[in-house]
Design a protein around this ligand. Structure first.
Ligand code: NDP
Length: 306
């Protein structure tokens, strides 16, 4: 096996490993973080990922309550810090878990046993000023301070629409490097025009839940033109359907953020760039995906109107 590390370029000149193979949310998410909820399977999964070649991109967040597992896995694996890329997110939901991005990052770094994170995101634009005590623009200023202090090597946002991004592009001094959104063949614009907007402003899109079509595969998928085509490509390239979809995401210029409880699937994701799709195949997946009923797994209440 010849492994070649692939990177994408960020608007500040930094590089980011082109796939995140261990999302520590979704299937690993916990509503509380105690010794009783500590997930040994997640520790094992991260440790397994850390045996793979290349830089291992881990996607963490305050709301997932899985920092302790990340910390334990990093400690046990003993891999060099430069070979690990950690994304973290400050929780901006209905209630706040910590008072500020700075406090969140102090706690997360301490729990994960690191001095800095490689990418720090505002988890959503839904900041209720009354609960948080600061506006979206002020939250972004705090992110900029963490960037300048070197605690976050890159900063960005998640689930932001064009309008949300425009607010911080106007008020801020540093452009977000990343916008992490739900993106799959069945949801190619989480909010109207967000794909083109981020391309135009050189803000890298990351795709969470890229495998939505497989997570919600219908029973009659064998007669569905989208699934038929993905299966055909999987046979052609001797890859899994998941790899075909993740590679399609990357060919759209979007960084896939995936996860699995199965080591083989984590390995497949880390080796995603050892095959390529033709442009006509990328376009065909795009077309068949758009023809399908839209599928939105997250934030339906806030974004379902689109
Ligand atoms: P994916 O779309 O990659 O889905 C992963 C899930 O799909 C796993 O549960 C896995 O199950 C399953 N899967 C993998 N391969 C296949 C296959 N071939 N057939 C069927 N099912 C398959 O990503 P997630 O939705 O899990 O999100 C990934 C990460 O993104 C999260 O962990 C989190 O870090 C981040 N995220 C961020 C959000 C945000 O608001 N910023 C929101 C949601 C997620 P199995 O374990 O059986 O392999």
């Amino acid at each position: 096996m010849v492994f070649k590390q692939e990177y994408l370029h960020l608007n500040n000149g930094n590089k980011i490993p082109a796939v995140a193979v261990v999302g520590t949310g979704t299937r690993w998410y916990k509503s509380e973080e105690t010794s009783a909820t500590f997930s040994k399977p997640l520790v094992e999964q991260i440790k397994y990922a850390l045996t793979l070649p290349g830089i291992i991109h881990i996607d963490a967040a305050e709301i997932y309550r899985t920092y302790s597992e990340v910390g334990e896995a990093l400690k046990e694996a003993g891999r060099a810090r430069e070979e690990i890329f950690i994304t973290d997110k400050y929780s901006t939901f209905y209630f706040k878990l910590t008072d500020s991005p700075r406090q969140c990052l102090d706690i997360s770094c301490q729990k994960m046993g690191v001095d800095y994170v490689d990418l720090f995101l505002l988890h959503s634009p839904f900041i209720d000023e009354k609960k948080y005590g600061f506006t979206l623009e002020e939250a972004w200023t705090q992110m900029e301070e963490l960037y300048k202090a070197g605690k976050a090597k890159n900063i960005g946002v998640s689930n932001f629409s064009k309008e949300d991004l425009s607010r911080i592009l106007k008020s801020g001094t540093i452009k977000p490097q990343v916008n992490q959104i739900e993106f799959s063949p069945f949801l190619q614009n989480q909010t109207p025009g967000i794909y083109d907007f981020c391309q135009k402003h050189d803000i890298l899109l990351e795709a969470y839940s890229p495998l939505g079509p497989l997570q919600r595969e219908p029973e009659n998928s064998s007669s569905d033109p989208f699934y038929q085509y993905v299966k055909k490509l999987a046979d052609k390239y001797q890859k899994s359907e998941a790899s075909i979809i993740l590679r399609w995401v990357s060919k759209r210029g979007v960084l896939p953020v995936t996860t699995s409880s199965k080591p083989q699937r984590v390995r497949d994701a880390q080796l995603l760039y050892d095959f390529d799709l033709q442009n006509s195949e990328v376009e065909e997946i795009t077309k068949r995906g758009l023809a399908h009923a839209p599928l939105r797994l997250y934030w339906a209440e806030q974004m379902g109107k689109f």
